[in-house]
Design a binder for this molecule. Structure first.
Ligand code: PEP
Ligand code: MG
Length: 317
């Protein structure tokens, strides 16, 4: 039974005492979404829309976009699908949107920032998402990548409202967004932590460089503090907004427990990781997860945070 628990996810992310933590999938298009649904993901926590159009040197038409998004929505009827608007730039150039001659692409015009240099593309994408959502039964949420300020969050929310999209959110993947989470979450309905970029930018360590892997590690004390700060901002007086995680950190079973203990409400990951994360979550109570999160937060190094967390989770031995 234990072996089976590690290979099959039964479609219910829940702690031993019944605290629900929906386990969602990261997908790059309809084919991924069908596989994610077969793996019993409880929805999509990150649709990387740029993956639908990689290599394109012209903007996809409205029809192409509607078809791509509908393919994902139709794999999850009645379930949540979080669509991320185009995150072009840096490691994911889209020739029709990005300038590949920038000296520092990771710090350049990428993600939401392309709205500055290519006005209209984002509005047309939001209209296509709204059209596709109107033709499907999925519960469609929409979020912007690389948001750095509360003003950007407010501007994005206004564009979503104009398109008739009622659940706008932002990715928190830039340190300034984590540090100002309270103000940002005052403008939108939810946040999703992109721990891949948040780790890269917090540690100033390129996520693509294997030689910096020890720094580029989401167990780093600074990254755990960024998560903690974001959750604190989300529960500030006057609002309580959900904060999920959609970076690779959510796919590490031990780190997933820490994230839940810190107050993260959903975890989105590669479908391969669903079973292992589901099993470890089911082995702890919410109070255990909170206690373990305290242990991880107090650890002096990434290595210690991971070792001390794993020592509390015998199911991972
Ligand atoms: C992230 O940065 O953690 C994230 C989920 O987005 P991407 O990996 O697509 O940049
Ligand atoms: Mg990112």
């Amino acid at each position: 039974a234990a072996a089976a628990a590690l290979t099959v996810f039964d479609g219910d992310g829940v702690t031993a005492d019944g605290h629900k933590v929906p386990l969602l999938a990261n997908v790059g298009g309809a084919r991924d979404a069908v596989q994610a649904a077969e793996a019993n993901a409880q929805g999509v926590g990150l649709l990387r829309t740029e993956f639908c159009f990689l290599g394109r040197d012209t903007e996809p038409t409205a029809e192409e976009q509607v078809e791509a998004y509908r393919g994902v929505f139709d794999a999850f009827p009645g379930q949540k699908v979080v669509v991320r608007t185009l995150d072009a730039g840096a490691d994911k150039p889209l020739p029709f949107l990005t300038d590949t001659t920038e000296p520092n692409p990771a710090l350049g015009v990428r993600g939401y920032r392309t709205d500055l240099t290519s006005p209209g593309v984002l509005e047309r994408q939001l209209a296509a998402i709204a059209d596709a959502a109107a033709q499907a039964s999925a519960d469609v949420w929409v979020m912007a990548p690389m948001i750095s300020t509360a003003q950007e969050a407010a501007d994005f929310a206004a564009l979503c409202a104009a398109a008739g999209l009622r659940t706008p959110g932002v990715m928190v993947e830039v340190p300034s967004a984590a540090l100002t989470a309270e103000a940002i979450l005052g403008e939108v309905s939810f946040a999703s932590l992109g721990t891949n970029d948040l780790t890269q930018y917090t540690m100033a360590a390129d996520r693509q460089l294997g030689s910096l892997a020890a720094l580029n590690n989401s167990w780093q004390p600074a990254l755990l503090r960024m998560v903690h700060l974001t959750v604190e901002g989300s529960t500030a007086e006057g609002h309580a907004k959900p904060v999920g995680v959609c970076g690779e950190a959510a796919a590490d079973p031990a780190l997933a427990v820490v994230l839940v203990g810190l107050g993260i409400s959903t975890l989105s990951m590669t479908p391969r990781a669903l079973a292992a994360v589901g099993a470890v979550l089911n082995s702890v109570t919410l109070a255990d997860a909170q206690r373990i999160a305290g242990i991880a937060l107090a650890a002096p190094t990434a290595t210690e945070a991971r070792a001390r967390t794993r020592a509390e989770l015998p199911i991972l031995d």
